[in-house]
Design a protein around this ligand. Structure first.
Ligand code: NAD
Length: 269
């Protein structure tokens, strides 16, 4: 990757995860600027890594070829106002903020014409993320490539064709770690009711979740249905358990839940 000067506006959890991944993958820390106004400990941590720590968002932006917008969505307008008059025509912008459309970013930064919007998920914080990415057709393909390389530092990337699909990505990969946590939580509660300690129940549930996920990844030629059927002997224990899920229309419940997430994402834009 060509070493462009990258400024992170907001150096909280998501930015820190990306910065750490970049540095680990060999990107020179001296080419990274991070702005974090509120967290002295984080600033020291970044400085120790060799990152240039800035207090002025504007100065960081002025020095950068690539600007990563990584503040909370509700802060975005106020923060962008600090550098809205900087000439962005030769800079690339990558936003990781949930719910802020490209159109809104174009209003906030009128001279920016190469904006990539992304929707990373929480497992990105441990390098196991999935980031949905969207850019208008007019965006420089090299900017898109660079955005993908940046987010690959925290996991996998998936480009969508339309911005509306980013809201679907939120339902499929953004909110969904919580669906799995909820399912595991229910299993843990059930194991506790049987008499296992909370810790033991968690150990058992997390072990099977990791094992099942790894089986999916290790068997790309087997459909999820086949993997399920392979554990399900006719008349056996698994068949009994799955029949209860079917009686309660698990697939329909999941579908309704995902559509509710999409609807909420659309309302928030
Ligand atoms: P965070 O609260 O950890 O980080 C936000 C950072 O912004 C903080 O370090 C804060 O000091 C800084 N900040 C606040 N006001 C500022 C200002 N005026 N100028 C400069 N910096 C300022 O939040 P996060 O979880 O890292 O989220 C950041 C963005 O990433 C959000 O827009 C969020 O939607 C997006 N995101 C996060 C996740 C996740 O898993 N954490 C997932 C998807 C998207």
């Amino acid at each position: 990757m060509q070493h462009k000067k990258i400024a992170f506006i907001g150096a909280g959890n998501m930015a820190f995860a990306i910065i750490s991944g970049l540095v680990k993958s060999g990107y020179p820390a001296s080419e990274i600027i991070a702005c974090n106004k509120s967290n002295q400990v984080r600033r020291q941590e970044l400085a120790t890594m060799g990152i240039n720590v800035e207090l002025s968002n504007r100065q960081a932006v002025e020095q950068a070829d690539v600007v990563i917008l990584a503040v909370k969505p509700q802060m975005m307008a106020e923060v962008c106002a600090e550098f809205a008059d900087v000439d962005f025509s030769s800079k690339w912008v990558l936003s990781v903020a949930a719910g802020i459309s490209v159109g809104r970013l174009e209003q906030l930064l009128p001279s920016a014409n190469n904006i990539v919007r992304s929707m990373p998920n929480t497992p990105s914080l441990i390098g196991e993320g999935l980031s949905g990415l969207f850019a208008k057709k007019s965006v420089d393909p090299t900017a898109c490539q660079f955005a993908e390389t940046l987010l690959s530092a925290v996991g996998q990337c998936y480009w969508v064709e339309t911005e509306a699909q980013l809201n679907q990505i939120i339902a499929i990969t953004g909110s969904s770690p919580a669906y799995f946590f909820r399912f595991m939580e229910a299993m843990q509660q059930s194991a506790v009711q049987m008499g296992f300690s909370e810790n033991d129940a968690r150990f058992l549930v997390q072990s099977v979740a990791v094992g099942a996920a790894k089986m999916v990844v290790a068997n790309p030629n087997l459909s999820l249905a086949t993997l399920r059927e392979n554990v399900t002997s006719k008349g056996g224990t698994t068949a009994q358990a799955l029949a209860v899920f079917e009686q309660h229309q698990l697939a329909d419940t999941v579908n309704q839940a995902m559509n509710a997430a999409i609807k909420r994402a659309e309302e928030m834009e």
